[in-house]
Design a binder for this molecule. Structure first.
Ligand code: NAP
Length: 242
């Protein structure tokens, strides 16, 4: 059985990605940090379709937790190769830069950017040795065009876009691809405080997207079919000009 790790797989876009990858016969490791109930629902949905998954609770922003929880799993399961990594866990803590608190900056950088480093570094060696791997980073429209009130989030996502392009060049020779997916406005807990009615006026498709509209692209990038596609940032945003 081959494994896929989806960070932030308990809810929203991560849940849809976990479901999509499980349908590709991956055993999906669903990472999350707090919400046991939602994580259990994702696991149950996958199992009810006859596919396999398991839960792995750790804070992606904590190097110590990544090393202890993910590291221990790797030591105890030397034959279970994580072939697909989706760096999806993310948070936003919006504020105008002038008023931004230290923790609003550092929490967003740690969760959205440093997590990429901690987890990808940990998994990439086995992908290189195995000469196959798929890394998909969920970034954002904000990381491409920048959004006011989100200097922290835009900076973190832009950093991951740069990292995606650089890492793709490091590992392409070994058949490991690295791509980024940049959603626009997708209906999840993260966007439930936004005024969809007002914002959709800017979106050519006149609505927020659904998590499944992101996860289908991620599934393609995770598949064999995307074998010559690397270092790209693909937007899923209903036509919002970026
Ligand atoms: P969401 O509904 O708020 O879900 C966030 C997920 O990330 C949850 O599974 C949560 O786990 C997990 N998570 C948060 N902090 C974590 C941490 N420190 N360690 C481990 N897991 C953590 O968010 P979403 O809308 O699905 O967003 C998913 C990704 O898409 C994020 O990277 C986000 O920046 C990006 N994105 C979203 C949109 C959008 O419109 N929704 C647009 C552009 C980009 P718990 O359930 O345990 O809290």
């Amino acid at each position: 059985m081959k494994y896929a790790l989806v960070t932030g797989g308990s809810r929203g876009i991560g849940r849809a990605i976990s479901l999509s990858l499980s349908r590709m016969q991956y055993h999906v490791i669903i990472n999350y940090v707090n919400n046991d109930e939602e994580a259990a629902i994702t696991l149950q949905q996958i199992e009810s379709e006859g596919n396999q998954a398991s839960l792995m609770k750790f804070d992606v922003a904590s190097l110590e937790q990544v090393e202890s929880v993910l590291g221990t799993w790797m030591e105890e399961n030397p034959d279970n190769l994580i072939e697909v990594l989706v760096n999806n866990a993310g948070i936003r803590k919006d504020a105008l830069l002038m008023w931004m608190k230290d923790e609003e900056w550092f929490d967003v950088m740690n969760t959205n950017m440093n997590s990429f480093f901690y987890i990808t570094r940990k998994l990439i060696k086995n992908m290189l040795v195995n000469r196959y791997g798929r890394i998909i980073n969920i970034v954002s429209l904000s990381g491409i065009k920048g959004l006011p009130g989100q200097v922290n989030y835009s900076a973190a996502k832009a950093a991951v876009i740069g990292a995606t392009k650089a890492l793709a060049q490091e590992v392409g020779k070994k058949n490991v691809t690295v791509n980024a997916v940049a959603p626009g406005y997708i209906r999840t807990d993260m966007t439930k405080d936004l005024d969809e009615k007002a914002l959709k006026a800017m979106i050519p498709m006149d609505r927020f997207g659904k998590p499944e509209e992101v996860s289908e692209l991620v599934a393609f990038l995770a598949s064999d079919k995307a074998s010559y596609l690397t270092g790209e940032v693909i937007s899923v945003n209903g036509g919002l000009y970026t």
